[in-house]
Write a protein that binds this ligand. Structure first.
Ligand code: CDP
Length: 209
């Protein structure tokens, strides 16, 4: 089974993906981490993340050790990720890895921006997780502060809106719900309620199909 989870920044994709992967005993892939790693690697090489040649070089040379480290969770990495993610040639490099991960039995829960639309258009389940920007910024702020990172709400909200806009407006694999996605607004839900609603959707769909 392949479960595709997409949505904007800090909508709760990661938590839901982890819980579904545990529940269904599937592998888990956070594709945001891949783009964050390419973004940081490009920066680390002294280039601008919008520099297509440098970003493609970073994507091609990505190794498992690039996917470790606290810096990947920084807002700097998120911004760099959204810049390298707007480059078609970078996305092409990432595509095959993500597809072969998804195809490996028994399947996977994969979260990102374009999983239901581009990476796995045939996924068994597609969920688009979303919430109002203010709610998402509050969640991201808490996450940052819990990690000891000093941040202010206004700045987090602004960075997030800019990143969302870049993700929605880009030409290649823009952020949008797949036509057959279940849209789940998590604005007034805690993580348990989000999980329960998603599970309900998946099992009711199994019964009807
Ligand atoms: O954790 P958060 O939702 O804030 O971000 P993320 O999932 O780690 O993704 C960081 C950035 O990587 C996004 O804003 C996108 O620009 C890019 N990304 C993408 O283009 N395609 C994906 N499948 C996943 C992430």
């Amino acid at each position: 089974m392949i479960i595709a989870i997409d949505g904007p920044a800090a909508a709760g994709k990661g938590t839901l993906a982890r819980r579904l992967a545990e529940h269904f005993e599937l592998a888990l892939l956070d594709t945001g981490l891949l783009y964050r790693a390419v973004g940081l690697k490009t920066l680390g090489g002294g280039a601008d993340p919008s520099d297509a040649e440098a970003a493609v070089r970073a994507a091609r040379s990505l190794s498992p050790s690039d996917l470790e480290g606290a810096a990947l969770r920084s807002e700097e990495a998120a911004t760099a990720a959204s810049k390298v993610g707007a480059i078609a040639a970078v996305r092409a490099v990432m595509l095959e890895f993500q597809r072969s991960f998804a195809r490996t039995p028994p399947g996977a829960v994969i979260d990102g921006r374009d999983i239901g639309t581009e990476v796995c258009p045939d996924a068994d389940v597609k969920i688009f997780v979303t919430a109002r920007p203010e709610v998402r910024a509050r969640r991201r702020l808490k996450e940052l502060r819990d990690r000891g990172v000093d941040a202010i709400h206004g700045r987090v909200l602004q960075d997030m809106k800019e990143r969302d806009a870049r993700d929605v407006e880009r030409d290649v694999a823009p952020l949008k719900p797949a036509e057959d996605a279940f849209v789940l607004d998590t604005g007034d839900m805690d993580a348990d309620a989000v999980f329960a609603t998603a599970l309900d959707f998946i099992t009711s769909r199994d019964r009807s199909g």
